[in-house]
Design a protein around this ligand. Sequence first.
Ligand code: PRX
Length: 662
Amino acid sequence: MTQSTLDNLSREDRRFPPPDDLAAHANVTADAYDHAEKDRLGFWAEAASRLTWATEPKTVLDDSRAPFYRWFPDGELNVSYNCIDRHVEAGNGDRVAIHWVGEPLDTGSNEHRRDLTYAQLKDEVSRAANALISLGVQDGDRVAIYMPMIPEAVIAMQACARIGAVHTVVFGGFSAEALAARIEDCQAKVVITSDGGYRRGAPAALKPAVDEAVTKVGGAVEHVVVVRRTGQDVTWNDDVDVWWHDVVDSQSTEHEPQPFNAEHPLFVMYTSGTTGKPKGILHTTGGYLTQASWTHHAVFDLKPETDVYWCTADVGWITGHSYIAYGPLANGVSQVLYEGTPDSPERGRWWKIIQDLKVTIFYTAPTAIRACMKQGDAIPGGFDLTSLRILGSVGEPINPEAYVWYRRVIGGDRAPVVDTWWQTETGAIMISPLPGVTHGKPGSAMTPLPGISADVVDDKGESVPNGSGGYLVVTEPWPSMLRTIWGDDDRYVDTYWSMFKATEDRAAFYFAGDGAKKDEDGDLWVLGRVDDVMNVSGHRLSTTEIESALVSHPAVAESAVVGATDVDTGQAVVAFVILKEGVDAEGIERKLSDHVRSEIGPIAKPREIMIVPELPKTRSGKIMRRLLRDVAEKRDVGDTTTLADASIMQLISAGQSTNTGD
Ligand code: PRX
């Protein structure tokens, strides 16, 4: 965090009170904070009672094996029943669950546009559940999902949940390598994919990456189920491949959802850590759904009878799990699911969808807001956005300029912005304004939600006074918390619970990896990661993972990767590379950039690659990333006194950088 960021933040004195009518009819009012403060577990028990349990839990929290906490451990429920069947039973079967919009414009053939009611969703999910069973999938088995944003992605997730299978959704932008590593780590026996999906105006293939991944993991995958979306050619292996329409469509629409224990695994979501190997974050059933559903109800002031909700995240990220596939469905609202990019086939595509479907709640990422802001006010100005009543932001700190633009141009100076802080690991929103209560400050996530205890502490774990910065920690367990790292309990404890260990007076704090500041009023400003994890367009990437990818290229001897501030993407990947002796350096930056793309995926592609003769290291051999960040951000290089060889920085700074472009 730089001094100028802190100065800039402390000058912010704009306040946006909640609109009167929203405050008057808000789902959650200020007394929720007091109630939760007095009886935190009672508060979460009440939130859990919004779900339908087959066996009501008697215990709220079991902390006897902390930090392996268990929530509602004697309760039983079925997630898919809660997200679908109970709405149909309540007489809401005709309500649209998913307004699906494909990227190509609708030609009237329904190829690119579909509305699925809750009753239809129940049939589709039941069929898919029966199909998975027919393929030998049992509760506890893992299923990998590698899909575009089409209804079958959500149907597949819900079908797994319905039969107690554990899904791991891998973002469709990840490479075959990344997919294979995830399939291997959780030993998925079935992969659900599609021939491809539409992205930026053209069909983009997915099946070839699955073919490659399946070969790599050598026999672990028994079946690949393929949805036909684009109609493009696919290579077919009769031993493993089956079409979705062959295996799903013929199944019965009857499937009796069976209850599972509240701590039954629901899904594994892989995310970047500070070492090369992605971490499989495990989420379980009852606590996860309780918090995903309650926060969606509270933070978006959700009125399921009248709202049309839209979250633009991909189902391959945690946001697409908690705020597309689970929270909104558990709450029985109508939501938009959009396949494509904001500007295909034309700029303003998003705003047109909002206008056409009369979207009332919109949830997106700061990087997308900044991209739209750059195109000017005229594009959204050409659409009727008056249906919008609440705007959400997630994934990275939202800068005050982007917040104010979002509120003014998209929200018509009427719709409050909720800046929601959370992580893959937290499972659901933790720190956020409540739209009917909070007087929002542009750039601040404000305060922990009722029932959540978070603080900013110094390196001894002491709470810092207002006006100071430090480490953002969660001080009490919460229902949707991760339960472990798949297959690696030790890494779970080391990564999250060892920085602020238990003392005589308190349990260990969960350390989230973020730095934050408490302002003079005690409101929280998340300042970004303090570890070697970058945040590019709201996506977490590990520096080590990209370094390993670079070093796996035969021309590279050593590399160091840093996240440099970027006006569009928040941070961007900048790589410093030492080439092996005698390597032909002609066009090497391009080759290396393509290599990273194929090893990890396009999101990890470096913005710049600098070929350098040496890397700055301490005497103990640790790379000094702080200095590389200075170079990447074109600043004067800071204190070099701990460098083993101080002359190296002059060599590096003098070197040529190459923008790898697109
Ligand atoms: O650094 C924080 C940033 O995103 C990280 C979590 O990334 P991921 O697990 O991929 O989940 C993203 C979607 C929940 C955090 O450690 N982050 C997320 N939301 C915010 C944020 N930083 C500041 N403000 C936010 N609202």
